[in-house]
Write a protein that binds this ligand. Structure first.
Ligand code: SF4
Length: 361
């Protein structure tokens, strides 16, 4: 806690903000983070108000709930409607899907239960061996290892897994291909980096000449990351640097990486509103096919709809617009009545901006 408080010191924050002002170039620069927690810190501590006009920070697709495609929620809804007990994390059940949310499926009689971890799902399945359970496994590299552990521990046969894990570096690469986005630097996510380490980001400075800083989640972490990016721009360099040295090592959590590699193959994956990204998702290896809910229940969703009419989540998630630029923001779309995934999750950009009453882009 003491360590954490150091990274919230207002007088040090002022000093770093002054340094940022002195480093800011006369032309506009745009930095992108890919983490809901980074966006929360930026909004909660009003960090954008400390930045000079020429420095902008945008939010990329860093909310694990927001990126789950409608087709995969539809699969979970189909299972719940067919009498299987679907277990998953809280926010997912409120995300609008093609026709309804998992919460609405529950109201129509489907058995959908919120769990705090995959372990809870295993315990439930053990207690009721005659009932079929599915764990809807969402999340980035941070949550995939816990799914992998439970599968390696051979859970009961009445539990299978609807795997919807996604990988962050391919989403960052997607952003570099978005024509008129023009990103000048990345703030890479601390949590994911504790698992994957620094290596997967090397491509950004090497192949794209994109300054990249792995950063922690306290306000000073983010401000330090911005000033480090500006230093690189001033020097005309593109390097990968680690601001979050208190948690992230070069190699990351090798044990967790091995668990992921043992259980999953890396495959192409659909991201809500963003389309198919190459090598961006995890799928169960063939040897674990008996735990694969898609195979066990022969799931096939022919058609799905990622976005409700009017929802601009796909543009919010790549930082092309900010929430107030969506005509539905805070008017018809609120956390009580969300029209898109970005307004549901506590890591969604629209929800964060709503919570902090930020009404100007
Ligand atoms: S405010 Fe609502 S409708 Fe608009 S982009 Fe965000 S989630 Fe979608």
């Amino acid at each position: 806690m003491k360590e954490q408080l150091k990274f919230r010191d207002p007088s040090l924050a002022k000093k770093v903000a002054t340094r940022i002002k002195s480093l800011a170039p006369p032309h506009s620069v745009k930095f992108c983070h890919v983490c809901g927690t980074h966006e929360w810190t930026i909004a909660h501590y009003g960090l954008r108000t400390l930045l000079p006009e020429t420095v902008d920070v945008i939010a990329g697709p860093g909310c694990p709930v927001c990126v789950v495609p409608a087709a995969e929620i539809d699969e979970a809804i189909q299972l719940a409607s067919d009498g299987v007990t679907v277990t998953t994390f809280g926010d997912v059940i409120r995300v609008p899907s093609s026709e309804m949310s998992l919460q609405e499926a529950r109201a129509s009689g489907g058995d959908v239960r919120i769990v705090y971890s995959v372990r809870d799902a295993v315990k439930m399945a053990e207690k009721k061996p005659k009932r079929d359970f599915v764990f809807f496994a969402i999340g980035f590299e941070t949550t995939a290892p816990s799914t992998a552990i439970e599968i390696l521990n051979k859970p009961p046969e009445n539990l299978s897994f609807l795997v919807s894990h996604r990988l962050i570096p391919p989403a960052m690469e997607l952003l570099l291909g978005v024509g008129d986005l023009h990103i000048d630097g990345f703030i890479a996510p601390g949590h994911v980096s504790t698992i994957i380490g620094l290596k997967p980001y090397e491509i950004f400075p090497k192949a794209y000449r994109m300054p990249t800083i792995v950063a922690g989640f306290e306000p000073l972490d983010v401000l330090f990351a911005i000033s480090m990016l500006l230093e690189q721009i001033k020097d005309g360099e593109a390097r990968l640097e680690n601001e979050y040295t208190r948690s992230v090592t070069r190699d990351g959590n090798v044990k967790a990486q091995k668990l992921i590699a043992k259980v999953f193959d890396v495959v192409d994956g659909h991201w809500r509103g963003l389309g198919k990204l190459s090598s961006s998702a995890l799928a169960l290896k063939e040897e674990f096919a008996s735990y694969d809910a898609r195979k066990k229940y022969n799931l096939k969703i022919e058609r799905s709809r990622d976005l409700l009419p009017g929802c601009l989540c796909h543009l919010v998630m790549i930082g092309k617009i900010k929430p107030p630029e969506c005509p539905l923001f805070m008017k018809v779309c609120t956390p009580q009545s969300p029209k898109g995934a970005c307004m549901v999750s506590i890591e969604g950009t629209c929800r964060i901006w709503f919570r902090h009453k930020i009404t100007e882009a």
